[in-house]
Design a protein around this ligand. Structure first.
Ligand code: FES
Length: 164
């Protein structure tokens, strides 16, 4: 177990830049094309890599900083590939009132990566979510697609088990 916060190094995908350009060119005519393009890139590759940002900016004739700003502002967009197990921790008000912030701190410390990041070995990603609709049973956490309520740090450790 490590307390170091590290993100997985992206694995280069051959032809990715060309495919990102194709996606951007296909969708550039849409109103507010940037967001649909980013979603399409993420849908295809699982995340929006920094080189994708430059390609998209070029196609849309935007500044790289502008596209980068949108990618980093919206939590929907991943900056690295997701791990084999994704842990999504609700950080909305009702869950925060019953320990979700402390739970998130514990998760980040014990798993070894921050929100929106993946461990260096690609095992686990941690995401922050704003309400699963399970507010009466917070703190709420989704582990590998299954929702869990009233999650304590010890229970989270047990849920993660070998995934860490
Ligand atoms: S506030 Fe956490 S599930 Fe609704």
């Amino acid at each position: 177990m490590t307390s170091e916060v590290v993100a997985a190094a992206p694995v280069p995908v051959p032809g990715r830049a060309q495919r990102v350009r194709e996606i951007a060119e296909e969708l550039r005519g849409l109103r507010g094309a940037l967001i649909p393009i980013l979603h399409a890139v993420q849908e295809e590759f699982g995340y929006v890599d920094q080189p994708d940002v430059a390609v998209i900016a070029d196609v849309l004739n935007l500044a790289v900083a502008e596209v980068h700003g949108v990618v980093t502002f919206y939590k929907d967009f991943r900056r690295t590939a997701a791990g084999r197990t994704t842990v999504a921790i609700c950080q909305a008000e009702a869950c925060r009132a019953v320990g979700a912030v402390e739970l998130a701190d514990h998760a980040q410390r014990t798993v070894g990566c921050g929100f929106g990041e993946t461990t260096y070995d690609g095992r686990v990603s941690i995401e922050e979510i704003y309400c699963f609709g399970n507010c009466a049973l917070g703190p709420t956490v989704q582990v590998a697609g299954t929702l869990h309520g009233r999650v304590t740090p010890a229970r989270l450790d047990a849920l993660l088990g070998d995934a860490r």
